[in-house]
Ligand binder design. Structure first.
Ligand code: UDX
Ligand code: ADP
Length: 479
């Protein structure tokens, strides 16, 4: 069997590498229109940082795993074509700000139809709104020249930072397809790929729409838990409750469970906001405004959490941060990834810059170029292929990017922790304090520091959802 995956991104790259590792009898080609991305996949410096990925790629590359820009050749030779291309949020026209822009998907589908000479199974891998498969099916069948295309939806549930672990031992693999003999056969074929390493009872087969909707629903439910606990964090600060204690107590209820209840400065990443916006749009299109508003609120609470964090900073520092230096520790949307898509750090940094602060940013995995790009990019522009994004962004002058937490915090008035990198737990905070302006403030957006210890050193500490420092209690209420 030959597999080809269109799109060598965060999903396509790791997923295909693991399929190649677990299925030595299958030839896997990953193709992309971005030559620089493919070159990186073929080098020692992979284009994405993901623990464990290097070893998997090294074991299979050039054996049964190939990265190439020759999209048409590999697609035409494949029996199974995974499509894992960008699906940005539309910024213009019908559904702007909510609907998925299927430009890249459609062009991939038309290309598949063009170059195919034999029957193919086309697998929807990138998250797309419900009923996309139907549209793709129409494009393929109306251009098929007698070739039989079967469309499957096989949404990816891996989380970044733990992608390899998630792919090795998935909670479940979901395969949706048509309930026709041809559809069922295609489902069995894809199932046989995963059955190389995933126990049969974990492979769930459904109809197409259930598979597509389950992905949007799973992400919406996860994001909703974070917004729920973040909403509680604001109430904790107002009452003197401690959000960690509350989430521990709530999570002990086995019906609720302990995961995804960590209060934070807000969720980020390429999926949660985008998928919920898609869900909202689908609800609206189906005449369900109440359901749409219900899910919209999950995003609103997330935006509120980010602006609440900025307001806390400004109000505790005498209502002005103009000219003050802030060390921003962490920029990625979570630890163990260099990915900054929709990271809460973007909104927090923009908020501080809007109040004329100066920023010195340190993240162990994010480059200066990426940070500058993120701080100048328009909302939703990040999800276009890299080669279509501006090459050298105009740098924001008040921002410097440094390669060490101590350098970032030197002479700073305040420290903001925006990603929960493990190394931030064990920094020498006494040394940091000694080198800062006084009073020295620390705003922990991820609840990683030991608040008591830092207060003993002399810091004024704000930590999400924790009893407030007496300093902050005396400050005006948050807007
Ligand atoms: C998510 C889903 O988990 C995954 O199944 C799906 O396929 C893609 O979207 P990902 O975006 O990689 O994965 O990261 P995830 O671990 O879900 O975290 C998303 C955001 O929520 C991060 O910004 C994270 O810091 C934040 N988060 C997570 C919290 O703020 N609190 C929590 O308790 C958990
Ligand atoms: P994800 O996180 O879903 O994997 P990415 O943005 O990381 O998304 O990856 C999508 C990849 O798809 C990008 O590298 C982009 O260049 C590629 N791509 C988009 N359209 C096409 C296409 N028509 N043919 C080949 N590759 C494409």
């Amino acid at each position: 069997m030959k597999i080809c995956c269109i799109g060598a991104g965060y999903v396509g790259g790791p997923t295909m590498a693991v399929i190649a590792l677990k299925c030595p009898d299958i030839q896997v080609a990953v193709v992309d229109i971005s030559a620089s991305r493919i070159n990186a996949w073929n080098s020692d410096q992979l284009p994405i940082y993901e623990p464990g990925l290097d070893e998997v790629v090294k074991q299979c590359r050039e054996k049964n795993l190939f990265f190439s820009t020759d999209v048409e050749k590999h697609v035409s030779e494949a029996d199974v074509v995974f499509v894992s291309v960008n699906t940005p949020t539309k910024t213009q026209g019908l559904g702007a700000g909510k609907a998925a822009d299927l430009t890249y998907w459609e062009s991939a589908a038309r290309m598949i139809a063009d170059v195919s000479k034999s029957d193919k199974i086309v697998v929807e891998k990138s998250t797309v709104p419900v009923k996309t498969a139907e549209a793709i099916e129409k494009i393929l069948t109306h251009n098929s020249k007698g070739i039989n295309f079967q469309i499957l939806s096989n949404p990816e549930f891996l989380a970044e930072g733990t992608a390899i672990q998630d792919l090795f031992a998935p909670d479940r693999v979901l395969i949706g397809g048509r309930e026709t003999p041809g559809g069922k056969k295609a489902i069995e074929t894809l199932k046989s790929v995963y059955a190389h390493w995933v126990p049969e009872e974990r492979i769930i087969c459904t109809n197409l729409w259930s598979a597509e909707l389950s992905k949007l629903a799973a992400n919406a439910f996860l994001a909703q838990r974070i917004s729920s606990v973040n909403a509680m964090s604001a109430l904790c600060e107002a009452t003197g409750a401690d959000v960690s204690q509350v989430s521990h107590a709530v999570g002990k209820d086995t019906r609720i469970g302990p995961k995804f209840l960590n209060a934070s400065v807000g969720f980020g990443g390429s999926c949660f906001q985008k998928d919920i916006l898609n869900l909202v749009y689908i609800c609206e299109c189906n005449g369900l405004p109440e359901v749409a508003n219900y899910w919209k609120q999950v995003i609103k609470v997330n935006d509120y959490q980010k602006s609440r964090f900025v307001n806390r900073i400004v109000s505790s520092m005498f209502n002005t941060v103009s000219g003050k230096k802030f060390a921003v520790l962490g920029f990625a949307f979570k630890k163990d990834t260099g990915d900054t898509r929709e990271t809460p750090a973007i909104d927090v940094c923009k908020g501080l810059l809007g109040d004329k602060a100066r920023l010195s940013i340190y993240d162990p995995q994010v480059s200066e170029d990426q940070i500058q790009r993120d701080l100048t990019m328009k909302k939703f522009d990040w999800d276009h292929p890299i080669h279509l994004q501006p090459l050298s962004p105009t740098a924001v002058k008040q921002v410097s990017v440094v390669w060490d937490a101590y350098e970032a915090t030197k002479d700073a008035h305040g420290v903001c922790i925006l990603t929960e990198w493990d190394e931030f737990k064990n920094l020498d905070y006494k040394r940091i304090y000694d080198n800062m302006q006084k009073p020295a403030f620390l705003f922990d957006g991820r609840n990683v520091v030991d608040v008591q210890k830092l207060r003993q050193i002399g810091f004024i500490v704000y930590s999400i959802g924790k009893p407030l420092d007496s300093w902050l209690k005396d400050m005006p209420a948050v807007a």
